[in-house]
Ligand binder design. Sequence first.
Ligand SMILES: [Fe+2]
Ligand SMILES: [Fe+2]
Length: 225
Amino acid sequence: MSDKYKLITPDDIYKNEAVHAYIKAGNQNLGAIGLTEHGFAHAKRSSNYARDILKELDYPQRTCELAAIAGYMHDIGNVINRSDHAHSGAMMAFQVLNNLQMPPDEIAIICAAIGHHDEKTAYPVNEVAAALILSDKTDVRRTRVRHDAVIDVDIHDRVNYAVEKASFDIDAKQKICIFDITIATDICPVMEYFEIFLERMVLCRKAAQYFDLQFELVINHTRLL
Ligand SMILES: [Fe+2]
Ligand SMILES: [Fe+2]
């Protein structure tokens, strides 16, 4: 690496003051709108899962680190607006990473992944993008529902609240990945889960295909996809 550029690690990003401020503010904005948690817990989980997915599939260590960085930063665009947050987030990430003197070819991969993570315009354009889609879209959990949420009113809250268990596992040998969730059907019928998450699950299938994996969705012990 030339002197012009620096090796930026996931730890550098976890500790970065600007990234910290943007995740915090983005999450506050979504809270004001009444949307689920998109703060540090979601950022760290997305980071860990994106990295682990690529590790499991034997990608080089540096590619796994880029996925960890993209995962952590992917929702910072919520600072600007929920709408188009993938694109504004990619531009913000560019600014941060460019200031840190990350090499341009690495910035390009991360910005592509962040810019392609939101359902409406998502696409697994590279391995980091595919891993980010899978890590982001499989983060459904009760703790993402905010304390002041009225779950009878909002279907997203209800669906997240209803999730008792969720796991995402890759079986590289069998060429499958399984998203296995248990939901309390007295809180949310399986149909409601589908109503909101079908688009996300189709996207996960596309991301899995990037790795030549078959995506399976299991809800309450029944395979649905
Ligand atoms: Fe997002
Ligand atoms: Fe996200």
